[in-house]
Ligand binder design. Structure first.
Ligand SMILES: *Cc1c(COP(=O)(O)O)cnc(C)c1O
Length: 421
């Protein structure tokens, strides 16, 4: 459920007309709804509590690293899961306490590890032996033992898109299941790390519970082995990955997901960390765009809009489906027509939808892409030297621009001509 609804035939975010934001901010722009963010977080956190789990919800910032979005969750008590120094800085700047931040990722650099250790965050999820050795050195040099979990790769098929599955043994993520015990033994022998847990994240946009259950059962087995080896496992980081509906999928509810967690791991006496990203923000955002031209092709009609693949990359990258709806509903008697919705970028991949049924639209009309709050603005770029798409946050009858559209001068300010010209 979300708070983007029509009133008198016109699309609103909470109590703010989308057409008003479009007039004042210009298009394209992302629009997020605070009430929807709050609702998603609350439903998720309550489901874990109701299942009897002692859980910390660390929002996976990579899904939407906007400061105001992270702050909205931080005020509800959320932690953060970060995958780079940049995200760690965003989370801190948004007011997430270091004691609620988890650092994940396969390629943390020396500098990133030093920064994370210096900030005293909750935990680093280590994904390889070389990283483990480097981290131990970094922490020992500062005279501290950094709390860690080893991210293990449980070799289960998440049943999701190949580009966002992460828990198969041929994926680059985590420590191979079969070697986990050995690497834990190594970690135990190092001076700069304190082993506190096991971490696992098998992929994104999962729409079934079975892969989670399979992975959690494997984690359970591993905990038993490690405890038998004398390692005090007291925290389980179970990653994110719960999917959202884009095109009629029916992903499991947070309650059903929490139930699987409680059934498989609830009796181990561990503190649980979860890292939902998409689930918390996906549905809470739309991308608003204006029709530039309606072009009649030889065999089809193209709606050429002012948003492009650089603003919303998911269709080009994952063949992802996004609902598209008009900001002004069809007038009575207007029959839907089939159109291809495309952006202006010079690539055929810059196509948002093919043969989509929409009310007849004209140049200047506004439309919105649904479920764009996750991996939308986060993945945007300036390809074709297009300014980064701005972001707007709505709360009740107010809205604020929470990331401004840069000017062309600002875009060029980082570049310079060498003095040999
Ligand atoms: C991407 C990622 C997440 C979040 O995944 P969602 O599918 O957005 O919930 C959580 N943890 C890790 C380690 C990730 O890489």
């Amino acid at each position: 459920m979300n708070h983007f609804d029509y009133h008198d035939g016109e699309l609103y975010a909470e109590q703010v007309a989308i057409s008003r934001i479009a007039r004042e901010v210009g298009t394209p722009f992302y629009c997020y709804s605070t009430a929807t963010l709050v609702r998603h977080y609350t439903v998720f956190a309550d489901a874990l509590k109701a299942a009897g789990l002692d859980a910390t919800v660390c929002f996976a910032c990579k899904a939407n690293p906007n400061l105001a979005v992270i702050r909205t969750f931080a005020e509800l008590g959320a932690g953060a899961d970060v995958v780079s120094e940049g995200e760690l800085r965003q989370a801190l700047a948004a007011g997430v306490p270091p004691g609620r931040i988890v650092f994940s990722g396969v390629g943390k650099t020396l500098h990133e590890l030093e920064f994370a250790v210096a900030k005293g965050i909750l935990q680093i999820n280590v994904e390889s032996e070389p990283e483990l050795l480097l981290l131990s050195q970094v922490a020992a040099a500062r005279g501290v033992r950094m709390p860690i979990a080893l991210r293990v790769n449980p070799d289960v098929d998440a049943g999701t898109h190949a580009k966002i599955t992460t828990g198969k043994k041929e994926n680059k993520f985590g420590i191979e299941w079969t070697r986990a015990r050995e690497v834990y033994a190594l970690a135990q022998s190092l001076p700069g790390v304190e082993v506190v847990g096991v971490a696992c994240h098998i992929g994104s946009q999962l729409t079934e519970l079975e892969p989670f259950r399979e992975a959690f059962l494997r984690v359970r087995d591993l905990v038993a082995l490690l405890r038998a080896d004398g390692i005090d496992i007291r925290r389980l980081d179970l990653g994110g990955g719960l999917g959202v509906p884009y095109d009629g999928e029916t992903p499991p509810s947070p309650a059903a997901y929490a139930k699987v967690m409680a059934e498989t791991l609830g009796d181990l006496g561990c503190r649980i960390v979860v890292e939902p990203g998409r689930l918390l923000v996906g549905n809470a955002g739309i991308l608003v765009s204006r029709v530039v031209y309606v072009k009649e092709g030889a065999t089809r009609t193209f709606l050429i809009v002012d948003a492009a693949m650089n603003d919303l990359m998911r269709p080009a990258l994952y063949d992802a489906h996004h609902a598209i709806f008009p900001v002004h509903q069809a007038r009575p008697g207007e029959e839907p027509v089939e159109v291809d919705v495309v952006g202006p970028v010079c690539e055929s991949g810059d196509t948002f939808a093919k043969q989509r049924r929409l009310p007849p639209m004209r140049s200047g009309d506004l439309l919105a892409f649904g479920t764009a709050g996750a991996y939308g603005a986060a993945m945007s770029s300036t390809y074709n030297t297009r300014p980064l798409v701005p972001e707007v946050l709505v709360k009740d009858e107010a809205y604020a621009v929470v990331r401004a559209r840069p000017s062309y001068d600002e875009m060029r300010a980082l570049e310079s001509l060498p003095d040999w010209f």
